[in-house]
Ligand binder design. Structure first.
Ligand code: HEC
Ligand code: HEC
Length: 323
């Protein structure tokens, strides 16, 4: 608890520093590193890693080029929002990712840390509006406070971009979609498992990477059906291509039970090289944020694999590219 408080204080310092114009973009006149700056840098590095590669905030909150394989983020649009989620991905209406750059008019430049945390973990924004749960706040509600604060500190360093986001249009009252039962009132007791506890750490990262949201069929109420965890089947129709989320349970016939760790890693690793996504794959494309997730370390991907292997088998045959 004491540690957490210290970290909170530390983060406010980062934020203050970053908000001071003279400290912005100061790469040319970096102050001499001290122990404190080292720990600030550590926090920002952790935030950058999680926001870009694990929680994948910037995958949804930037422009994705879906004419390329796995829809890589268009460089220079990080955090500006605007990506549309519509009926093709299961949204009853149209919801747009918001501008989360520090722009004070159209972004989150005027929000406090607590306001950003509330949006991230409870889906309530600064204005008090409830966010549609395609924003994975039910997953981030399980994250350790230190990681949440690291992400907040990092997104405050994004380049401010002026980009006004259209209002969403929902066909159902937002209260119907709000995942209240899945949300803990406070995130203060959440723990960051030790990396040496591979399965627990993998589960922690996999939760943050919201594998569940895409790979689990939904109940009629629209929540992930935990009795069919990872059984796949969710259709994504982006207009130019259609793809169905795979069964990634350990079922050997219809899931990935026969996969080795190496094969699992090979789903991600090639996407570390631009040439492996910078092409138009036509109809055999995917929405899985592979270029982003490929930036996870090998050991983090291995931890996720160790966790995925523990998910019970569910037989559910998937046709990845439906006609
Ligand atoms: C799967 C896509 C997706 C991911 C991943 C995602 N978001 Fe969002 N986020 C959204 C959408 C869509 C909205 C708007 C929801 C609405 O309007 O109801 C939103 C809203 C927000 C808001 C509220 C902004 C406002 O002006 O109301 C904040 C803050 C935010 N996201 C931060 C984050 C952070 C930080 C992360 C990573 C930890 C993240 N998001 C990850 C899709 C996503
Ligand atoms: C935005 C939705 C989305 C998210 C998030 C997502 N996936 Fe996927 N995933 C898909 C889709 C769609 C496919 C099928 C197309 C393809 O192979 O990429 C897929 C395919 C896969 C495959 C290949 C299975 C096969 O039979 O070829 C694996 C393995 C996988 N996902 C694991 C994961 C893991 C682990 C996570 C979390 C770290 C994750 N996915 C997060 C949408 C998603």
């Amino acid at each position: 608890m004491k540690k957490l408080l210290a970290l909170t204080a530390l983060c406010s310092v980062v934020v203050l520093l970053l908000l001071t114009p003279s400290c912005n973009n100061s790469s040319s006149n970096k102050p001499v590193a001290s122990g404190k700056e080292d720990s600030l840098k550590k926090i920002l590095d952790r935030g950058e890693y999680l926001a870009n590669h694990v929680a994948a905030c910037l995958d949804c909150h930037s422009t994705r080029d879906i004419t390329k394989f796995a829809g890589p983020v268009v460089v220079g649009t990080e955090g500006q929002g605007g990506f549309e989620f519509g009926p093709g991905v299961g949204v009853p209406g149209k919801v747009y990712a918001k501008n989360i750059t520090p722009d004070t008019e159209t972004g989150i430049g005027t929000w406090t840390d607590d306001e950003i945390l509330r949006a991230m973990t409870h889906g309530i924004n600064k204005a008090g509006d409830t966010l549609f749960p395609i924003m994975p706040y039910a997953r981030y509600n399980q994250m350790a406070k230190s990681d949440l604060l690291a992400i907040v500190a990092y997104i405050r360093t994004l380049k401010p971009i002026k980009n006004k986001i259209p209002a969403r249009q929902l066909m159902i009252p937002i209260a119907m979609a709000y995942p209240a039962p899945a949300l803990q009132a406070s995130v203060d007791a959440n723990v960051l498992p030790a990396e040496t506890n591979k399965v627990a750490y993998g589960a922690y990262l996999g939760n943050m990477a919201h594998c569940t949201d895409c790979h689990t069929p939904l109940t009629p109420q629209g929540a992930p059906d935990m009795t069919k965890l990872f059984a796949g089947g969710h259709l994504f129709d982006l207009g130019t291509f259609k793809v169905v989320a795979s069964n990634i349970t350990s079922d050997t016939a219809t899931g990935i039970g026969a996969w080795t760790e190496e094969r699992f890693l090979n789903k991600f690793l090639p996407l570390r090289e631009e040439k492996n996504y910078n092409f138009n794959p036509g109809k055999e494309n995917t929405v899985m944020p592979l270029p982003a997730m490929a930036g996870m370390t090998d050991s983090d991907l291995k931890a996720i694999y160790a966790w995925v292997k523990t998910i019970p088998a569910v037989t559910n045959k998937i046709e990845k590219y439906p006609k």
